[in-house]
Ligand binder design. Sequence first.
Ligand SMILES: *[C@@H]1O[C@H](CO)[C@@H](O)[C@H](O)[C@H]1NC(C)=O
Ligand SMILES: *[C@@H]1O[C@H](CO)[C@@H](O)[C@H](O)[C@H]1NC(C)=O
Ligand SMILES: *[C@@H]1O[C@H](CO)[C@@H](O)[C@H](O)[C@H]1NC(C)=O
Length: 499
Amino acid sequence: MAATRVRFCLALLMLVASMAAWMMPSAVAGKGPPPNYADALSKCLLFYEGQRSGKLPPTQRATWRKDSALKDGQDAGVDLVGGYYDAGDNVKFGFPLAFTGTLLAWSIVEFSADMGPELVHAHEALRWVTDYLMKATTQRNRVFVQAGDPYSDHNCWERPDDMDTPRPSFQVNDTHPGSEVAGETAAALAAASIAFRSSDPAYADNLLSRAKMVYDFASKYQGSYAKSVGKWVCPFYCDVGGYEDELVWGAAWLNRATDSSDYTKHITRGIQRIQRQMKLRVNGYDSQFSWENKDAGNYILLLLMQRKDDDYSKYAQNFACSLLPKSPYKSTEYTPGGLIHRAPMANMQVVTALSFLLVVYGRHLSEVNGVVTCGKSTFPPSALIDLAKSQVDYVLGDNPLQMSYMVGYGKKFPQRIHHRAASVPSIGQHPQHLGCKDGTPYYVTDAPNPNVLVGALAGGPNDGTDNYLDNRTWSNQSEPATYVNAPFVGVLAYFSKHG
Ligand SMILES: *[C@@H]1O[C@H](CO)[C@@H](O)[C@H](O)[C@H]1NC(C)=O
Ligand SMILES: *[C@@H]1O[C@H](CO)[C@@H](O)[C@H](O)[C@H]1NC(C)=O
Ligand SMILES: *[C@@H]1O[C@H](CO)[C@@H](O)[C@H](O)[C@H]1NC(C)=O
């Protein structure tokens, strides 16, 4: 799959139709037991063990997975072993991987106090990204941005453990820059330095100095990796909206990690450019936040760090006003059952990312006794928290189908996610090598996946209704991805304490 992801990028840029004002996201209520957010948090983190590439440690809990891709990077004389497989395939795409790292780190930075015993696993999940990103950025003015040939990978249905497709590595450098991927990588390293600051200060120092080096490269050599690396990254993970938002994002995280305003000029210049471009698109309101677009995330992050002369609150309010169901400026569509509907591909990534921002923003507003004003309507912080809660509860089973969209959570959950490692029998069950097309029968069968990828969030309902097919060949509904779970870690931690 993944070729269709470009359609999702385009869809993000389209303005969605307004829905009737009576439509409340919490319309479905009182069904089933209350969600167990702590259980869901634990599973949400366990998912990452199923996505691991490289040499697995003795502490590996998802034991149906084995070592894989142990030679990544050798073609370029570097060590790129480790990191995560992106989704249901076996490619390591650096751009969404770095975003996954940034959001796992942000989840820890905001909600570590709510994580209890899961903080250890959150740190492990994040370190699996940052150890890899450190390997990918050892040389000045060079970032390795991908391992694996996506065309041959997608043409096969193979377990990562006996994958035999080509594993070329791809890079950006001073002659072929990639400011979106380098900016996001800098953001991930800087955010992670905060997340590890108290538990492992030496590691945090290394992450932070690397973040500065990578950011210098991103901002000094500006350009898009779509142009520099071409068909190997596009149409899979193209940054169609441009890299300006990642340059702001990297700078914002560096300011936060260094507790300084050293990068402020990058931020103000970038925001001005983005706002100019925005006037040409959506009517001033932007509620996008994904691996492709950091706008709303930038505004909320900057609001948290706001100094005397800044005013990011109007941008943050625009974000909330475009989402809140009773806002006069709502531009977000909801399904009849109350789920945010925006993407025809892995819609759940929008749900989890926006829920994260709603919780962070809502909590901030209640700390400063603020409200959200949308024209003549005023909303208390609890309106944001309640909207996020309605999304989480929907995902965990409070929906018309009364099913959970998290594998292994609840009584009814997806059985046939679009995932190579989960759907082909494990090495333990089937030690013989299975080549490129040997996995096809496991792809097309109606039987449930033999390996339960606990914690994976399916892409979920994606056509504006609450329907879900649980069909492996419908990757637009059934594929999980690392960046879907990452913001959910923070959201679940919050509700496990404040639900
Ligand atoms: C710079 O990156 C481009 C694009 O990935 C690559 O083709 C080229 O070989 C790299 N240059 C060097 C000197 O490695
Ligand atoms: C999802 O994929 C299926 C199978 O390829 C297709 O029939 C359906 O139209 C797709 N749905 C959307 C919303 O793109
Ligand atoms: C999944 O969809 C395919 C093609 O649309 C169909 O042939 C198959 O029977 C479906 N499987 C299930 C379990 O619904």
